[in-house]
Design a binder for this molecule. Structure first.
Ligand code: F6R
Length: 253
């Protein structure tokens, strides 16, 4: 496990602070870095802390570039549940980032497949992702790379599993409103990032976190591919490391 660094936090807020610290170090070392960003509940405390660091410590985003992992197909950017909306609300609106330096897949693109190719080209043009922030789904998905995803794939259109649609139903008024498709960076895109920052909080994620790092590398647990990555930093709270620590007490040493 020498390619893993593990930070243990008391709760999601502390995990957010540690995650933000790692991101801000990247920005300070390389002001024009390319950050891969995530949405969902997990990164919210990370973004809150980054906003605080911008306001209190003048953390400078003026040259930072960002690419988001994914976006629902069929939701316009101004839809309250679109990831465009999420990023504006939770981060971009509150910092001095140049929106021209940000990219989020366009779930309304007329030619979705051509759009996915352009997205990959943009990442290449920006010389690859320096730090990719990830959450993890209950079924082990990263981005929207669901179980049985091909490890080498790049940005593509994907169908969401019923388990993911149910998990995300909490953001919509009914399950029927949850989109069935998304554009996601592929596992190949994620694995090409120089560093991965996986934040995992809450007891519900304890089992999948254990399977990710201690189970076999298996496309049915997409995040398990991270065992192959050369530089993974895991930030997990006490609740999320519970199952791991029962079996592998050395994990957070
Ligand atoms: C979001 C994303 C997803 C989430 C995952 C966990 O951009 O790519 O993989 O990270 O579904 O979501 P939360 O954090 O809401 O549990």
């Amino acid at each position: 496990m020498s390619n893993f660094e593990v930070w243990r936090a008391a709760d999601p807020v502390s995990a957010g602070k540690i995650g933000a610290e790692i991101i801000s170090k990247t920005i300070i070392n390389k002001p024009d870095c390319l950050l891969g960003l995530a949405t969902g509940s997990t990164p919210v405390p990370v973004y809150k802390e980054l906003v605080l660091q911008h306001k209190k410590e003048a953390l400078d985003f003026s040259k930072v570039r960002t690419v988001n992992l994914d976006e629902y197909v069929g939701l316009p950017a101004d839809h309250p549940q679109s990831y465009h909306h999420f990023m504006m609300d939770n981060l971009f609106r509150h910092i001095n980032i140049n929106l021209q330096n940000t990219r989020i897949p366009d779930g309304m693109a007329t030619d979705l497949s051509a759009h996915c190719d352009q997205y990959e080209q943009q990442i290449k043009k920006w010389n690859g992702i320096d730090l990719q922030l990830l959450g993890i789904g209950l079924n082990g998905h990263i981005g929207f790379n669901e179980p049985a995803s091909v490890f080498t794939r790049r940005t593509h259109l994907t169908n969401l599993t019923e388990s993911t649609r149910k998990a995300n139903q909490r953001f919509f008024t009914s399950i029927d409103e949850v989109p069935r498709q998304a554009i996601t960076m592929g596992i190949g895109t994620i694995m090409a990032a120089s560093q991965i920052l996986l934040v995992c909080t809450g007891v519900k994620k304890a089992d999948i976190l254990e399977r990710t790092f201690f189970g076999p590398i298996d496309p049915m647990v997409p995040a398990s591919v991270l065992q192959f990555h050369q530089h993974v930093t895991v930030v997990a709270d006490d609740a999320a490391v519970k199952t791991i620590l029962q079996k592998h007490p050395e994990f957070t040493d």
